[in-house]
Design a protein around this ligand. Structure first.
Ligand SMILES: C[S@@+](CC[C@H](N)C(=O)[O-])C[C@H]1O[C@@H](n2cnc3c(N)ncnc32)[C@H](O)[C@@H]1O
Length: 290
């Protein structure tokens, strides 16, 4: 790959997915894109770049998808799911008692282990949620991971990562070497393809947003851009969960960390005495963020 090809790909990935590659990640591009070159019948990255410059947008989408890191597993990092069970849902049960509905967004849900972990957590709470409408919306940039998420089918290796055996037995059915999640859990999760760099206001306002292990791939300006818009898609008494290596600190004042609850954030305008359910940015008036 020539330095010009590398710069072309770096810019393209930044513009299309937010992926911020440093100057020395040629090996990463090669390991992810050489299999795609072969699939496209061209010998190397240089030829792939030429094809892209020829204006093939399906190829651009394939390149962008091939460069995403989709690593995930059930109940990843455990603590966010403890916050969900012990702090978020109990508070939502009180705050939403009149409307009896909770909206949850997994903003980079990958192959589904995160949204299905939330669905299992909700099921395990049993009767307290009887009569409630709980929506889980899983989105991702990659159509391929969303297809897998929708199918709810996992390998032995995948179900051995993070999923307690009693939940495996309770919510999955074995089919040869694969495990199929129960239709009931599958029906709890809706899927949409969505790029966090694009407008997502059409999704409406959420009570809980899991946006974990995706912002780490973005540069500072892109993170700020996403945080500002996440605030606009969140109820003013909502909850934001970030990955273990991610924070709002030093990037935005729109969210503040919750003391004693690592990875959990709330809108800064949140005022427990005046819960109105209005999205955060509506309360900030003509907010000038990007
Ligand atoms: C490392 S996975 C994290 C999955 C899950 N949230 C977790 O923490 O286990 C990151 C996901 O972000 C998605 N992604 C990358 N860039 C994105 C973007 N601009 N918009 C939406 N999703 C994106 C990738 O396709 C990938 O599935």
């Amino acid at each position: 790959m020539t330095p010009t090809d590398y710069e072309y790909l770096r810019k393209l990935l930044k513009d299309h997915s937010g992926l911020d590659l440093s100057a020395d990640k040629q090996y990463l591009i090669e390991s992810r894109l050489l299999p795609l070159s072969r699939k496209c019948g061209v010998p190397g990255i240089g030829e792939l770049v030429q094809k892209m410059k020829g204006g093939s947008s399906p190829l651009i989408a394939q390149v962008v998808e091939a460069m995403t890191t989709n690593e995930t597993f059930f109940f990843r990092d455990k603590i966010p799911f403890e916050h969900f069970r012990d702090a978020i849902i109990p508070e939502m049960l009180k705050a939403r008692a009149s409307r009896k509905s909770i909206r949850i967004w997994c903003a980079a849900g990958s192959t589904g282990q995160e949204p299905y972990s939330l669905a299992m957590s909700l099921k395990e709470m049993g009767a307290v949620l009887a009569g409630w409408r709980v929506e889980i919306i899983a989105t991702d940039l990659s159509a391929e991971v969303l297809e897998k998420s929708k199918s709810g089918v996992y390998s032995q290796f995948e179900v051995q990562r993070g999923l307690p055996i009693q939940l495996l037995v309770k919510y999955f059915k074995q089919n040869g070497e694969l495990w199929q999640i129960s239709p009931e859990l599958r029906a709890m999760v809706q899927h949409r393809q969505l790029n966090l760099l694009h407008d997502f206001s059409q999704l409406g306002a959420f009570d809980v947003i899991f946006c974990r292990n995706v912002l780490i791939y973005f540069d500072q300006d892109t993170k700020i851009h996403v945080f500002n818009r996440l605030a606009g898609s969140m109820e003013r008494d909502g909850f934001l969960l970030l990955g273990a290596a991610e924070t709002v600190v030093g990037l935005t004042d729109l969210f503040r960390p919750c003391a004693e609850r690592r990875g959990l954030y709330r809108p800064s305008v949140f005022n427990a005495a005046a819960i109105s359910g209005a999205p955060v940015l509506a309360k900030l008036g003509a907010f000038g963020g990007r």
